[in-house]
Ligand binder design. Structure first.
Ligand code: GLN
Length: 200
């Protein structure tokens, strides 16, 4: 399988690293493709929208003429893993905890609302053990950096993990969104969940 990683900004190569390690094992074979323009998108079987800064990624995505094509592919069923800023790009409704509503270019494909920067600024970053039953009983170390939280706009959005009352991992059909950074851990279980979504 060919996994695209939207390559404009943020934690791009951390995902490449994890996928390369997974693909060097027995169970999965595949390659990674950095996606920055339309032609590259047509080759992929799934795409990761990495964390970073969603306003910046949205601007670059627009400048490179990728927004429409990416939106259409995801609406057409392309499996997508959105991490933090990448999840913000997927949401149909975006507000910021401090400044409220702000214009920004997004894909607007997933029936979730996000509250950006919900837990505070960079200095308020934290780690916490998460309970994510779909990937097993063992806790998953969640790394939260200026992370958003999610609210469901539709009942077919499944909540996979919470911090207190706040949803931090959600699934809707071909779309998986996480508020924390699985690419900054050595735990591949969420990447494997994503690869299984592609296999199906
Ligand atoms: N706060 C950032 C945003 O809303 C996301 C931060 C991150 O991806 N770690 O774009």
């Amino acid at each position: 399988m060919k996994i695209g990683i939207l390559g404009f900004q943020g934690g791009v190569y951390e995902h490449v690293g994890i996928l390369k390690r997974i693909f060097s094992g027995e169970k999965y074979s595949g390659e990674t493709i950095i996606v920055r323009r339309g032609g590259e998108l047509s080759k992929v079987d799934g795409i990761i929208l990495p964390g970073g800064e969603s306003t910046t990624i949205g601007i670059l995505m627009d400048k490179m003429g990728l927004t429409g094509e990416l939106r259409d592919r995801i609406r057409g069923g392309l499996p997508v893993l959105g991490v933090c800023a990448g999840a913000v790009l997927m949401a149909k409704k975006v507000v910021d905890k401090v400044v409220g509503e702000k214009e920004q270019n997004t894909l607007s494909v997933m029936d979730i609302g996000v509250i950006r920067n919900y837990f505070g600024r960079q200095i308020d970053s934290f780690e916490v053990d998460l309970h994510i039953p779909v990937i097993g009983e063992k806790p998953f170390r969640g790394v939260f950096i200026r992370a958003p939280i999610f609210e469901r706009l539709n009942n077919n959005v499944e909540i996979l993990a919470q911090v207190g009352e706040a949803s931090v991992a959600v699934l809707q059909n071909n779309m998986l969104a996480v508020a924390f950074h699985p690419e900054l851990t050595n735990d591949y279980r969420l990447h494997l969940l994503f690869l299984e979504m592609i296999k199906k």
